[in-house]
Design a protein around this ligand. Structure first.
Ligand SMILES: [Zn+2]
Length: 121
């Protein structure tokens, strides 16, 4: 697939759709206490390049330092994205599990050991 073609990630019921400018080149698998339970893969994008359309308000969850809000669909429960609370932060995370698998086949998976060293392995 052309990396410069925009694509849309949606939750299972379709209430939330996220339009991205391009397929992610890298996605992050994190083993922290939250991400391993969510079972998500994160793709990071500049907030300004992402369009989130929600037919209903999302539910959110924040933990630890409450630096970011994790958003999920109130109907189907899919984790869709996270957004930083600090306005100076410019990146957000998209749950790459919402992207069609064909658009991820060239993406490199980075395994982050957030539960241990905090480093990538
Ligand atoms: Zn949904």
């Amino acid at each position: 697939m052309d990396q410069h073609t925009s694509l849309t990630a949606t939750c299972h019921c379709g209430a939330i759709s996220i339009t991205l400018k391009s397929a992610p080149a890298e996605i992050t698998h994190c083993n922290c206490t939250l991400c391993r339970r969510y079972g998500v893969l994160w793709a990071y994008y500049p907030i300004a390049e992402v369009v989130v359309e929600a037919r209903q308000p999302t539910d959110t969850y924040a933990w630890n330092g409450k630096n970011v809000d994790f958003h999920r669909c109130g109907t189907c429960g899919c984790i869709t994205h996270w957004l930083p609370r600090k306005p100076t932060r410019t990146s957000m995370g998209i749950n790459a599990r919402l992207i069609e698998p064909g658009s991820l086949k060239n993406a490199e998976i980075n395994y982050k050991d957030a539960a241990g060293t905090g480093l990538f392995f």
